[in-house]
Structure formats: structure tokens, C-alpha cells
Design a protein around this ligand. Sequence first.
Ligand SMILES: CC(C)(COP(=O)(O)OP(=O)(O)OC[C@H]1O[C@@H](n2cnc3c(N)ncnc32)[C@H](O)[C@@H]1OP(=O)(O)O)[C@@H](O)C(=O)NCCC(=O)NCCS
Length: 217
Amino acid sequence: MKTARPGPGNEPQKLLGPRAPVYRGFIATARPQRAVSGAMSLTFPPVAEGDLAGLIELLTSDRWPFHLDVEPTPASVEANLAHFQPSEAQAPHWIELADERIGLVVLRELDDPTPVFDLRLKATHRRRGLGRATLAWLARETFEAHGKHRLEGHTRADNRPMQRLFARTPGWVLEGCFRQTWRDREAGIWRDALAYGLLAEDWRRGSETPLSQPLAG
Ligand SMILES: CC(C)(COP(=O)(O)OP(=O)(O)OC[C@H]1O[C@@H](n2cnc3c(N)ncnc32)[C@H](O)[C@@H]1OP(=O)(O)O)[C@@H](O)C(=O)NCCC(=O)NCCS
């Protein structure tokens, strides 16, 4: 694992060191109409290995309609613990706003030049610009801390908020659609999935490399 792990007495900001971005007033500056009042600090401390209690607390505290496990239980979190545990190939981080744990972001496939991420914010903290701030942190973490070539994100085709977030974040390009690949257990149907990508080169230059070929054949 390439990111620091927490230990006794380690505070998140000390842990992450210079690459721990603290977004103070980030939202208030960018989008005054949805400002989070007061000084706001968003941090991304690593999830400690074996922190089953922390994962159960966060994941069972809400519904996750666009994830396979929509209403996690302690038993299902424990059964899926491997998805949230730090390892050589995976770096899970809490999303904390002013010391309140409000979400979870997991960088996966870090043994590959193209990692992929999973992101979830508690419902009470959605639509406040925190997804945008988390994507900004993810890009820095992927390209600067891990030195990767590109970052991928996959989302269900009916997840409008996530699509909107990608569409509104410079550099992210819709690269593909996988038909009926994602089982929507609530609706009992298969959904398409959309694949988005961000190139390290585009992130550094502030550019957006288009697809070399149009998707329509
Ligand atoms: C998807 C998610 C990460 C987006 O983060 P967020 O903090 O709510 O999004 P932001 O506030 O940063 O908004 C980003 C853009 O998306 C838009 N948006 C966000 N939620 C929206 C919604 N429910 N409907 C329409 N647009 C929405 C915002 O208006 C904003 O666009 P704008 O700049 O044009 O106003 C968050 O809603 C979430 O965690 N959802 C549950 C888990 C999930 O679906 N994760 C993705 C799995 S692939």
C-alpha cells in the first residue's frame, strides 16, 4: 500500500502530510448558493486495516441506491469487507468534513496503470459540491501520490448525479457504455454502465483529449 496508514495518535492531516488537501472554504468560494457555512475542512484519512466497526457504522447509516448492496447490514459489510480493506492494490479513504465522517472513497486496481474508484457521500451531504471536491482530491492522489497514467470511473446509466458530476469536472471524458452489465436488484433489471476516464496528462495541462474515434461506429 502506498498511502500512510493510521496508527495510535496519528491525526489524518499529519498522516497524509503535504498531499493531504484541506479544502477550507472551497465550496463557499465556488458555489455561494450552496455554501457550507463557516470554515469547512474536507479531509481524506485512510481507512485503517480491520476497521470493520467504522465501515459498518458508515455503510449501514444510509441507503446507496446505485451500489449493489443498497441497504448494507453489519453482516453484508463483513461479508464484503475485502472491498473496503486497504491492500497493495486498494486504498480506501474516509471523507471527513470538519471531523464528521460523511463518506467513503476507494481507489481500486492500484496494481494497474489505470486504477478505478468508488465514491459515496451520505445523503445529507450530497449536492453541496463535496463530490466535486472529492474528485479533485482523487485526481491529485492518483497522479501525484500514486504516479498513475489515468483514472477511471464507472457508473450506472441511471445515476444522473454521478454523470452530472463527471460532465461538470474538466478532463473527464465519457469513453464507453457497457450494455446490461449492472444488475439493479431493486428494480429487478439489468442496467447499462457508463465508463469515464481522466488522463494524467490532461489533469496536469488542464486539457481534455477527445476520443480518437467517435463512439458511433
Ligand atoms: C454521486 C455523488 C458522488 C455526487 O456528489 P455530490 O457532492 O452530490 O455532487 P456535487 O454537489 O459536487 O455536484 C456536482 C454536479 O452534479 C449535479 N448534481 C448532483 N446531484 C444531483 C442530482 N441529484 N440531480 C441533478 N444534478 C445533480 C450538481 O448540480 C453539480 O452540477 P452543477 O455544477 O451543474 O450544479 C453523490 O451524490 C453520492 O455520493 N451519491 C450516492 C453514491 C453514488 O451514487 N456514488 C456514485 C457511484 S458510481
